[in-house]
Design a protein around this ligand. Structure first.
Ligand SMILES: *Cc1c(COP(=O)(O)O)cnc(C)c1O
Length: 340
């Protein structure tokens, strides 16, 4: 049985009495507010809702998850960082992730002085359970990060359920790209698996990378730990408003997503006819991993033409990662690539 006790949560976090803000102690809308040392003049002069109530309620309806199972952070990078801080004692505990994968799990591990074990994905970029299982009984292993659809490979990771069943620590499923996929989100499983955290973001399909709004879905007990460790007003009023407006304009979200997915198909088709392209990996995201004859060379030549892609050669030999752009941007990319 999974229990959120001090075998899994850091003792100092369990014991922590969080900062209580002025808006925690009085949260009504009306009155003369002389409690938070704010400036009485201006438009952005008041502190934002520390609990992002409106945003959570709206998300709750769209995602069919109660507000008590939602945490909003300053981008999912903050969600990743807080996860380390809640569960991993610096200099002692370990985390595990897969390679090739998203680089922030490692940077955040280093910042938090946590040893990160990187397990290679197999030839199809799927989890190799024979390797992973060797690590699962280590008492110091507290966290596993899985990115699905995976960055930079673009594929959905299968058998996440198996991982959740075999591992008695926390599994974070990073779903930054899930809205581009037809595969179901793991969010529906947070009641079934008390050790599951699902991270999502407004940065990709919702088009709000500049706003920095990330989400964690998990059991109410895990969410209350996030609430304990977050800075009091961690999501700015401007960002809460931007996210809320995006959610209220669902038809625009659907429309843009449809264009991106249609453009991805177009790009995949065009890339097949380009001489330097050796392999196009299938993608469930808004980017395509492409093996070329010489990634460094292709990258530099594209930069000369003012087209910037991501050279992922250090992660997957001779691969570049291409984000799906607007129809004009994609045409420009294909034109320059075919002239190499
Ligand atoms: C882009 C991306 C994110 C987004 O992080 P934000 O901090 O929310 O912008 C998270 N995870 C992965 C795998 C990504 O590629």
């Amino acid at each position: 049985m999974f229990e959120l006790n001090d075998n899994i949560v850091r003792k100092n976090i369990l014991a922590l009495k969080p900062y209580s803000s002025a808006r925690d102690e009085f949260s009504g809308d009306e009155g003369v507010f002389l409690d938070a040392n704010e400036n009485p003049f201006g438009v952005l002069n008041r502190y934002p809702d520390p609990h992002q109530k409106e945003l959570k309620e709206k998300l709750s309806k769209i995602k069919s998850v109660p507000p008590g199972n939602i945490f909003i952070g300053n981008g999912s990078d903050e969600v990743i960082d807080l996860t380390y801080r809640i569960f991993c004692n610096p200099g002692k505990d370990k985390a595990l992730t897969f390679s090739p994968g998203y680089g922030m799990y490692e940077v955040s591990a280093q910042i938090n002085d946590v040893e990160l074990i990187k397990v290679p994905l197999n030839q199809s970029f799927q989890i190799d359970f024979d390797i992973v299982e060797k690590y699962l009984n280590d008492k110091a292993l507290k966290l596993i990060f899985v990115c699905s659809p995976n960055n930079p490979t673009g594929n959905i990771i299968d058998n996440i359920d198996l991982l959740l069943q075999k591992f008695s620590g926390i599994v974070v499923v990073d779903e930054a790209y899930i809205d581009f996929s037809n595969t179901d989100s793991s969010v529906a499983k947070i009641n079934e698996y008390p050790n599951l955290i699902v991270a999502q973001t407004f940065s990709k399909a919702w088009g709000l990378a500049a706003a920095r709004v990330g989400i964690a879905y998990a059991s109410a007990a895990i969410i209350s730990l996030f609430d304990k460790v977050k800075p009091p007003y961690n999501v700015s009023g401007l960002n809460q408003k931007a996210a809320l407006e995006a959610l209220e304009n669902y038809p625009e979200f659907e429309k843009r997503k449809a264009i991106i997915l249609e453009q991805k198909l177009w790009l995949e088709k065009q890339l097949q006819n380009i001489p330097v392209v050796k392999k196009i990996y299938p993608s469930d995201a808004n980017f395509i991993l492409v093996e070329v004859t010489d990634a460094g060379n292709v990258y530099n030549k594209l930069v000369d033409k003012k087209v910037i892609v991501r050279n992922r050669d250090n992660l997957v030999k001779n691969c570049i990662r291409i984000t799906v752009g607007t129809p004009d941007e994609n045409k420009k990319l294909i034109k320059e690539l075919s002239e190499l």
